[in-house]
Design a protein around this ligand. Structure first.
Ligand code: FA5
Length: 362
């Protein structure tokens, strides 16, 4: 028995030394001291020894048990220290290090431009409004001095919306003057709606989506326009020019200039196209290297249309054209943004490709 005890103790020590984790130590404990453990079995055998040998055998057995228990406790303590040290090593954090920033997006350039444009005209007292994107022919064309079948309408390359037979008949009976249903081809559709909504003085800023059947480097089928309308008692072209110059100064910077070029729109008289001096060549049309500026060619870029509101349009809006006059202008948001100094984009369609690599640059 003596020898067996010694062997059990030695094996237990060897197994404990080889243990690399708590579960190994637990396996040793069960294997030696558990109900079916080697030492437990040996100690059970003491009962079968002659009576005079039992006390000494019991004492040695208990001493061996105590020794193994102490060795287990010791080993556990050691391993716990190691685990804690490992954990501390693995999960170490430097609380003073700067945090990792999560990726942050930003507004689409068109949304950012809309905000900026709205804020500039807001500072001049122009009130933001919104009118339907699906509009009646009456507001998009007829009330703007473009009777049905007038050739000037062709320029707007309009999308028409189909109305079903019964609904259409009912609607025409109710609102005969409205005509066909269209996708707003320009924000000028808001002019007569605004005149119907409020009486002068009017300072409207209508920024909205517009739709035309067009797609090339300078056209997209869905784009945005911003339309200013100002109606009051004594309004002249000088006011129009001052407002446009103020906007250009704020949006593009003080070094850029605007000019009004005579044009023709059915709903303004006189009418103009507004140009802005090119931000690439500084308005000269030539590059410092001597060549022609590829963006503008002659120093100017077209921004959009403008003019003094036609008396027929004022009349359509129920406004006395002998007492009141006004100006209006309508520009494309995308093209206006593209003319900012440093943007340098030669295809407007890039804005709607949803290519994050492109959008991230602005
Ligand atoms: C108009 O739409 C007139 N309603 C502007 C106006 C308003 C004149 C008030 C007088 C008084 P035009 O068709 O030229 O005009 O369009 C104005 C601007 O919208 C263009 O200069 C361009 O910047 C932008 N635009 C027009 N079509 C597109 C398109 N398909 N894609 C992107 N931008 C466009």
């Amino acid at each position: 028995m003596e020898k067996e005890l010694e062997k059990i103790v030695q094996n237990a020590h060897a197994a404990l030394n080889a243990a690399t984790g708590m579960t190994d130590v637990e396996a040793v404990r069960i294997g030696v001291l558990g109900r079916k453990g080697t030492l437990t079995a040996l100690l059970r055998g003491i009962a079968e020894l002659p009576a005079e040998e039992r006390p000494a055998a019991g004492e040695r057995g208990n001493a061996a048990r105590g020794q193994i228990e102490a060795a287990i406790a010791e080993r556990l303590k050691g391993l716990q220290g190691v685990t804690e040290a490992e954990l501390a090593d693995r999960e170490w954090i430097d609380v003073t290090a700067p945090g990792a920033r999560p990726p942050q997006g930003h507004l689409h350039p068109v949304s950012a431009a809309i905000r900026e444009i709205g804020a500039i005209f807001g500072s001049l007292g122009f009130q933001r409004v919104r009118y339907p994107e699906v509009e009646w022919d009456y507001y998009a064309f007829e009330s703007l001095n473009m009777p049905p079948d007038h050739p000037a309408r062709d320029e707007w390359e309009t999308f028409f919306i189909a109305e079903s037979g019964k609904d259409k008949a009912e609607r025409i009976a109710e609102h005969p003057k409205y005509g066909k249903m269209v996708l707003t081809p320009h924000t000028s559709s808001g002019q007569v709606r605004e005149m119907e909504r409020v009486k002068p003085p009017i300072r409207m800023m209508n920024i909205s989506k517009c739709y035309r059947r067009q797609s090339d480097v300078s056209h997209v089928p869905m784009f945005h326009q911003f339309e200013g309308l100002l109606i009051d008692e004594v309004v002249s072209v000088t006011h129009l020019r001052g407002v446009l110059q103020y906007f250009a100064h704020e949006f593009f910077g003080p070094e850029r200039k605007t000019r009004l070029r005579p044009f023709h729109f059915r709903f303004t008289e006189p009418s103009f196209e507004v140009d802005i001096s090119c931000g690439v060549c500084g308005g000269s049309g030539r590059l410092p290297t001597g060549g022609k500026c590829r963006l503008c060619k002659d120093g100017w870029l077209e921004l959009g249309g403008a003019g003094m509101v036609h008396p027929n349009v004022l009349r359509a809006g129920g406004i006395d054209s002998r007492r009141y006059s006004g100006f209006a202008f309508g520009w494309g948001v995308e093209r206006t943004w593209m003319m900012k100094t440093g943007v340098n984009i030669d295809d407007v369609r890039l804005l709607y490709k949803n290519d994050i690599r492109f959008l991230r640059q602005f």
